[in-house]
Design a protein around this ligand. Sequence first.
Ligand code: FNR
Length: 357
Amino acid sequence: RMPALEQCFNMTDFEAVAKRVMKKTSWAYYSSGADDEIVWFRPRVLVDVENVDLSTVMLGTKVDIPFYVTATALGKLGHPEGEVILTRAAWKHNVIQMIPTLASCSFDEIVDARQGDQVQWLQLYVNKNRDITKRIVQHAENRGCKGLFITVDAPQLGRREKDMRSKFSDSGSDVQSTSGDKVDRSQGAARAISSFIDPSLSWRDIPWFMSITNMPIILKGVQRVEDVILAVEAGVHGVVLSNHGGRQLDFARSGVEILAEVMPVLRERGWENKIEVYIDGGIRRGTDIIKALCLGAKGVGIGRPFLYAMSAYGLPGVDRAMQLLKDEMAMNMRLIGCSSMDQLNPSLIDARGLTTH
Ligand code: FNR
């Protein structure tokens, strides 16, 4: 029997339930890839932590807690309503949702599910046909999206063997095809839907993106400090340090490891305020969020935990997952002796485990 939602006390619990209830093919697509790191805390004591404020500002938007729902394709593999469930949960918790290019719901459905002054971003896989790309970007801006996250770590989608073995064919894989290319499903869900992505995309294209939109531009999937420096020089607003949830290049370092490499260099140059640095990948606990912020991230993206919570329990599941992360984060802020995001700094952690290899 399926455990009651109240029996889920952390992100791992949702994952276990999702694995039990999801179709094998859908589970294979969501779960491919993953990782872990050890960073210790160096807490302060005897600090007044009666009131803890988790809010921060991401790309000009005030949010209640420094995570956003990152883009994950094919939401209907997990739940018949798909990405709009994430939209509703994000509204309830006042966090930002990044809308994937390869969503199961149409882009407009996901925007229409927005409430009040809710903020969404667009994740972009750049189409070889730049007219299509331009149309997608400008449509997103017209519909109120507040950030353009260009995925730069996927000139070709990674080979996901678990996904390929499950020889995927499922209603949730119906995405709004922008290419019209015939797809070969024997390569798994990911490959099948991604043939339109432009592998020639390069730094030279960034000025063009800036010329077609006023949305802040963020490069998603940066892996080393030299490229963060190029990003600053190109004038983009942010980067997401990420290995795409371990789904692209094998042996790509996790976001938190790259962050430990990047921030000292940015600080050395006095550039830490020139660009907003985000990370994603393996964020499963409030403590993971705190560690990332101590290292200098503006916020973190979270993918699979919300997919799993959605797949297992729908909206109440995602709602609870977000609440658990808030509770975990508030408690651990108290335990390290901090009451607001601006108090988080590198002295509160021992990250030698990250930087010595
Ligand atoms: C992703 N991710 C992703 N990224 C992206 O830029 N475009 C996409 O379409 C997708 N699709 C996608 C599907 C699924 C099922 C997963 C799990 C991930 C990567 C995602 O944005 C993010 O980088 C990682 O998922 C973060 O890691 P966690 O939180 O899932 O560990």
